[in-house]
Design a protein around this ligand. Structure first.
Ligand code: ADP
Ligand code: GN1
Ligand code: MG
Length: 354
């Protein structure tokens, strides 16, 4: 893709650009300005998914301005030290986002001496990541979440996902449905997870807060000592429940293998990682979470794993229009992987906060 025009808007002409990261939705490049030896992260927003990229830019700006206004200091941090937030760079014309014939682009400074990881190998990494996502929500507790634009309507609305899943079964090809029976049956059997979510929506003990909604490990930057620096990938920051963030950490940090693993015997629930997530999250959010919410960490894991299984199998039945597939049946494998993970989690009887 020709990036000259976009980079020129940010005042960069002499550059190198390399594709970067393993995200499923956006395109990311690492850009180096050869004149100043400065690095940037350039991203093209996936418009099939995000219909209004301006809304994402609005939310990130709202948060950046809020943090700047209150110069947020934070318990657990050195007093006076500012919360690190990766604000987008502005173009020479003062815009956060650039529209070209190839789509919408935005750029961030590359956080120095940072790296991300794709698989959580040590409980300390799970703790650090959970702490960073909790800190993000906590530092924004004074920002009215309802001011955020909804960048993806119904994103973590499990009841909505379940409805779409049922439609996909009605419309999907008979043969595909027949071959997916094991996954479909399991999802139907676990419908109580949806019913519980309906109760949560009616329960005032569950607070709506500024929620990240994509807490996988690659969305945290670490320093060389493996300490969390900050969270990134803010496209899905919207009002939401803590079960979205805590649950997606369970979904992606508990098992030693990723959602793409097809050898399901490798999927397991690592109890010490579960505890690290709860402790890391509570290290920043204990004062904010209600007593009821604190009892819902295990449910959070089930909720997110179940929803991801539904999303993958729905996409499989819909011919991979959302996630794409590198090989035929990839989204079926991913769904079965998530079903296996949920089964493993349900087998655990003595996890914290049950
Ligand atoms: P995607 O939506 O494709 O997941 P991300 O915003 O998560 O996009 O970026 C992809 C990867 O790029 C991240 O996992 C991280 O390694 C790297 N990255 C993103 N933003 C920055 C940044 N500001 N500084 C350093 N690395 C970054
Ligand atoms: C997508 O963009 P990425 O790869 O971080 C998806 C998440 C899923 C995840 C599964 C906007 O995240 O909701 O959990 O894939 N993001 C969107 O890997 O749909
Ligand atoms: Mg990401």
């Amino acid at each position: 893709m020709q990036l000259d025009g976009v980079l020129k808007k940010f005042g960069i002409e002499n550059y190198s650009a390399l594709s970067f990261g393993n995200g499923l939705i956006n395109n990311t490049w690492i850009v180096e300005n050869k004149s100043y030896e400065k690095k940037f992260i350039l991203q093209r927003i996936n418009q099939n998914v995000f219909k209004s990229p301006e809304d994402i830019a609005f939310n990130i700006r709202l948060i950046a301005d809020y943090l700047q206004r209150c110069q947020a200091t934070f318990s657990g941090q050195t007093p006076g030290k500012k919360y690190l937030f990766t604000s987008p760079l502005q173009t020479k014309d003062g815009n956060d986002i650039v529209k070209t014939d190839d789509g919408y682009f935005r750029m961030f400074p590359f956080i120095k001496n940072s790296h991300s990881i794709d698989v959580v190998q040590k409980p300390e990494q799970a703790y650090e990541a959970a702490k960073q996502f909790a800190k993000f929500t906590n530092v924004l507790s004074g920002l009215d979440a309802s001011k955020l634009k909804i960048t993806l309507p119904h994103f973590h609305d499990l009841s909505f996902r379940y409805k779409h899943f049922q439609i996909a079964i009605q419309k999907g090809k008979k043969e595909k449905i027949e071959k997916s029976k094991d996954v479909l049956n399991f999802i139907h059997q676990q419908k109580n997870i949806v019913d519980e979510f309906e109760k949560i929506k009616l329960n005032p003990e569950f607070k709506i807060r500024v929620t990240h909604h994509d807490t996988k490990i690659s969305n945290v930057l670490f320093n060389e000592e493996d300490k969390g620096i900050c969270v990134i990938d803010l496209d899905t920051v919207m009002p939401g429940y803590f079960i979205s963030d805590a649950g997606d950490m369970m979904r992606t940090y508990l098992s030693p293998v990723t959602e793409d693993e097809s050898d399901f015997s490798k999927i397991e629930v690592r109890k010490d990682f579960y505890e690290a997530i709860v402790n890391g999250y509570e290290s920043e959010m204990a004062g904010e979470l209600t007593t009821t919410e604190k009892k819902y960490f295990l449910y959070a894991g089930k909720f997110m794993i179940y929803m991801q299984a539904i999303r993958f199998i729905t996409d499989h039945l819909n011919d991979d229009i959302y996630y794409g597939a590198k090989y035929e049946g990839q989204n079926y494998i991913r769904a079965k992987n998530q079903v296996t993970l949920l089964q493993r989690l349900q087998e655990e009887k003595d996890l914290l906060n049950v």
